[in-house]
Design a protein around this ligand. Structure first.
Ligand code: SF4
Length: 211
C-alpha cells in the first residue's frame, strides 16, 4: 500500500473523557475484524452493507482535527477501535504523519494479527488497550472462532519493544465461556510478562457503542 490507502469507518465519537485513553479523545471505529466473538461489542464492524464511510487518512484528519485544542490541552487524541485497527497499519502510519507527534494515539485491539502489522503500526501508536478475551486456547477458539497463539507472541513483542506502562490489558469475564478462576490465571500470567495495567471486567454490550 502506498500513500493512497483508505479504510472503512463505522463511526466517530467525539469528546470522550476517561473512557478509552488519556484526556479528551475521539473514538474512530474501523470496519472489519479477524475474529467472530460470540458477544461482539460492535456487530456493525462485521456486517456487510453500506453502514460505513470510506476515508483516506487525510479525510479523517480533516474531520477530527476540529478537536485539536482539546487534545493538546488534555494530552488526549484519537483512539482507534473497531473492528480491528491493526488491520490498517499503513493508514495509521499516514494518519500519524498528518496529525504530528503531539496527539496521543491509542489502539483498542485484540492483537490477533500478523506481527508485521503490529511492527508497522507501532511507530504511530502511543498506547494500547488489549482485549485479551481468554488465555485458554480452547475457550478462546470457542468464543472467537480463532486460535490465540499470535496474541501472546504479539504481546511479548510489545513488552520487549515498547514501554510496558503504555499497555493496558483488559481481561473480560465472559458469561458462559470463562470463570473468575480463569481470569485470575490470565492476570497472573500477564503480570509475569511485566504488564501492570490490568483491567478485569464483565462484558457488557453497550460499552463501545458508537454514535
Ligand atoms: S474483536 Fe471486537 S469487533 Fe472483533 S468480533 Fe470480537 S468483539 Fe467484535
Amino acid at each position: 500500500m502506498g500513500k493512497e490507502c483508505s479504510a472503512k469507518i463505522i463511526g466517530i465519537a467525539r469528546h470522550r473523557i476517561a473512557t478509552d485513553g488519556e484526556g479528551v479523545t475521539t473514538l474512530v471505529g474501523f470496519w472489519g475484524c479477524p475474529l467472530r466473538c460470540q458477544y461482539c461489542l460492535n456487530p456493525q464492524s462485521l456486517k456487510e452493507g453500506e453502514h460505513f464511510q470510506t476515508y483516506t487518512p487525510a479525510e479523517l484528519y480533516e474531520k477530527v482535527k476540529i478537536d485539536q485544542i482539546y487534545f493538546l490541552a488534555t494530552n488526549g487524541g484519537i483512539t482507534f477501535g473497531g473492528g480491528e485497527p491493526l488491520l490498517h497499519p499503513n493508514f495509521l502510519h499516514e494518519f500519524r504523519e498528518l496529525c504530528g507527534p503531539q496527539w496521543n494515539i491509542t489502539l483498542e485491539t485484540s492483537l490477533n494479527v500478523p506481527l508485521e502489522h503490529l511492527q508497522r503500526a507501532n511507530e504511530a501508536v502511543d498506547n494500547y488497550i488489549v482485549d485479551i478475551k481468554e488465555m485458554d486456547p480452547e475457550i478462546y477458539k470457542r468464543y472467537t472462532g480463532k486460535e490465540n497463539h499470535r496474541v501472546f507472541e504479539n504481546l511479548k513483542w510489545l513488552v520487549e519493544n515498547t514501554d510496558p506502562a503504555s499497555i493496558l490489558v483488559r481481561i473480560p469475564l465472559i458469561p458462559d465461556f470463562n470463570t473468575e478462576e480463569e481470569n485470575q490465571k490470565s492476570e497472573a500470567f500477564i503480570r509475569q510478562m511485566g504488564i501492570e495495567k490490568i483491567d478485569r471486567f464483565l462484558y457488557k454490550k453497550e460499552i463501545h457503542k458508537l454514535v
